[in-house]
Design a protein around this ligand. Structure first.
Ligand code: NDP
Length: 449
């Protein structure tokens, strides 16, 4: 059960339910933000008068289109794709594209809604948007992926642009897909407009450290939360769900901070390696060979693979959900707490259910919500846009140090905002309120548009 809403906010939420039937993930994301905004309306009653919250809950534009493509055998397939341009008060719409069979409008809207506040927290001039398709990239050849991306971009190109809407990657979309998307955009528009997509390859306009940014940023955030409690990651055991882009680089940075990673997963099962996960092996299996995580135990005999295993049952000090939404529920949180877990930070978007969040907060352990903890990815996308705009390319070290500075600032902003609004060390309150106020001020300044 989610927490109750303030009496001014409940009717707004009821309206969101009525206007967006069946979009349960979107409802969940909106509810989670509204739960914390009561005190903001007390301090800033003008936001209620101007209906800022109602306006934020309604996307500025939603695009849904057909993507026809042919597989290697010549058979025709039809997928559906989405781009939800949610809020451009702070800058061009910015947010990734997700390719996964579970994608429908409700998923894209939850992600786009979250993105508004996350992008605001980065302090960069970027609005919120998100997109995706119900296309399943698993098991597809490179040529099939290319044909799909080209077909998708043949419609999407007319809606995006470096000053309009700047997509990037997400689940199922990495630099290979961004490459095919960019190639088709360039062909159709006859413009080498680097700033139209981020997450590009580093040899053709991408930023060094963008691949690592979301995972690294999540771990910088964890380190800051632990520091605020007089602790650090050094010597801690860590479990990470997923073994994709975010998971791999969260593991890498946690190891650099002296932690031991003992488990990771994919949607088929979990790998437990009490000697410490061999990250080079995970990278080869996932990034180069594009195989299942079960292949890990073929080469590391000491490790265990558990098909359909529950990663949260592996005792650890720190848990990092880095796979997908609602992957960590109340029952899982109880297991983590019973096993002595002291910190949870979300590399993924909305991975914890409302019940899970309530239990974590009641236990008082450090908890970094995705909006804040995984904002390093989009922040570094904004750094990629900066480099593209100035025709420059920064070193890995420079970009990583900017990322670290941004994550430290986000942590401080969330921490101080939570204190100011009477909820010390509650990063959910801090992230939602700090993210909201910046967008609300910009919407106020821009008038009723
Ligand atoms: P990837 O596609 O690289 O990896 C996703 C990982 O999560 C894979 O291991 C995948 O397993 C697993 N996974 C995906 N869907 C499910 C599911 N339904 N059930 C169980 N496991 C699943 O994606 P990313 O690493 O880029 O994204 C992971 C999360 O991080 C997402 O929530 C995304 O929105 C969020 N995020 C990503 C950012 C980025 O920069 N990439 C930025 C901010 C947030 P399998 O291969 O078996 O499907």
């Amino acid at each position: 059960m989610a927490a109750r809403l303030d009496e001014k906010l409940e009717p707004i939420f009821q309206d969101v339910l009525r206007r967006n039937p069946g979009e349960v993930e979107f409802h969940q994301a909106v509810h989670e933000v509204l739960e914390t905004l009561g005190p903001v309306l007390v301090k800033y009653p003008e936001y209620a008068e101007q209906k800022i919250i109602q306006r934020i809950c309604e996307p500025e534009r939603q695009i849904i289109f057909r993507v026809p493509w042919q597989d290697d055998k010549g058979e025709t397939h039809i997928n559906r794709a989405f781009r939800v341009e949610f809020n451009s008060a702070l800058g061009p719409y910015k947010g990734g594209m997700r390719f996964h069979p579970s994608v429908y409008l409700g998923i894209v809207k939850f992600l786009g809604f979250e993105q508004i506040f996350k992008n605001s927290l980065t302090g960069m001039p970027i609005g919120g948007g998100k997109g995706g398709s119900d296309f399943d990239p698993k098991g597809k050849s490179d040529s099939e992926i290319m044909r799909f991306c080209q077909s998708l971009m043949t419609e999407l190109y007319r809606h995006i642009g470096e000053y309009t809407d700047v997509p990037a990657g997400d689940i199922g979309v990495g630099s290979r897909e961004i490459g095919y998307l960019f190639g088709q955009y360039k062909r159709i528009t006859n413009r080498y407009e680097s700033g139209v997509l981020t997450g590009k390859g580093v040899h053709w306009g991408g930023s060094l450290a963008r691949t690592e940014a979301t995972g690294y940023g999540t771990v910088f955030f964890v380190q800051e939360m632990l520091k605020a409690r007089g602790d650090s990651l050094d010597g801690k055991t860590v479990i990470v769900s997923g073994s994709g882009n975010v998971a791999i680089y969260a593991m890498e940075k946690a190891m650099q901070f002296g932690a031991k990673i003992i488990a990771c997963s994919d949607s088929s099962g979990i790998v437990v390696d009490q000697d410490g996960i061999d990250l080079d092996l995970v990278k080869r299996i996932k990034e180069v060979e594009r195989r299942r995580i079960s292949a890990y135990v073929e080469e590391r005999k000491s490790a265990k693979y558990i098909e359909d295993g529950n990663i949260w049952s592996v005792p650890c000090d720190v848990a990092l959900p880095c796979a997908t939404q609602n992957e960590l529920n109340g029952k899982d949180v109880k297991i983590l707490l019973d096993n002595g877990c002291i910190a949870i930070a979300e590399g993924a978007n909305m991975p914890t259910t409302p019940e899970g969040i309530q239990l974590i907060q009641a236990a008082g352990i450090a908890y970094g919500p995705g909006k804040a903890a995984n904002a390093g990815g989009v922040a570094t996308s904004a750094l990629e846009m900066q480099q593209n705009a100035s025709r420059d390319a920064w070193s890995f070290e420079h970009t990583e140090s900017r990322l670290e500075e941004i994550m430290i600032n986000i942590h401080r902003n969330c921490y101080e905002t939570a204190e100011e609004f009477g909820a010390p060390s509650n990063y959910v309150v801090g992230a939602n309120i700090a993210g909201f106020i910046k967008v609300a001020k910009a919407m106020d300044a821009l008038g009723l548009v």
